[in-house]
Design a protein around this ligand. Sequence first.
Ligand SMILES: [Zn+2]
Length: 194
Amino acid sequence: MAPEFGLCPLCGQRIVATIDHYLPQSRFPALNLTPANLIPACSDCNKRKLASVPTRAEDQTLHPYFDDLGNERWLIADIQPSTPPTVSFHIRAAGAWDEVLTARVRKHFSVMGLAELYVAQAASELADMSYGLEILGAAAGPDGIRQHLEIQFQSCQARDSNSWRTALHEGLRDSDWFCGEGYRLIRTHYPENV
Ligand SMILES: [Zn+2]
């Protein structure tokens, strides 16, 4: 059950630092050493999960190895026209999910604080992208920007259909405002870099 790149499977962002008991030791001592109940996790996710005690099926966070969310796109990035551009994330229930799974995905995002975490990561990613997008936009215009974002989207999607990067590039690609002018507004709050 070694996690890919040593990253926590609960958030996909931070380094594994501990072993989380999916069903807590205090209530399920018989599962203390059952491998399927032991999940490598970062300390932040582990603490957040310990603080949340589910009492209903809908409140149970996701199991990274047993819960299959499928490959349909369900993590959506919304791009707000602002200076700098603002990104937020929401969950769009996939067709194959039942009500309990939909509630559990939302619960998982809430308990682990993933929407806030992804917003911070996306803002940092945009700052990294901005210089390259300005050069590309000057040479190839909005169509060039959109084609570039489409390739980035496909590349991210090929690895993970619902990573925040996949969602971010899809949202940017689909935003006429971002491809036309928004990409030039990312760096305006860093005047020393102009
Ligand atoms: Zn984590």
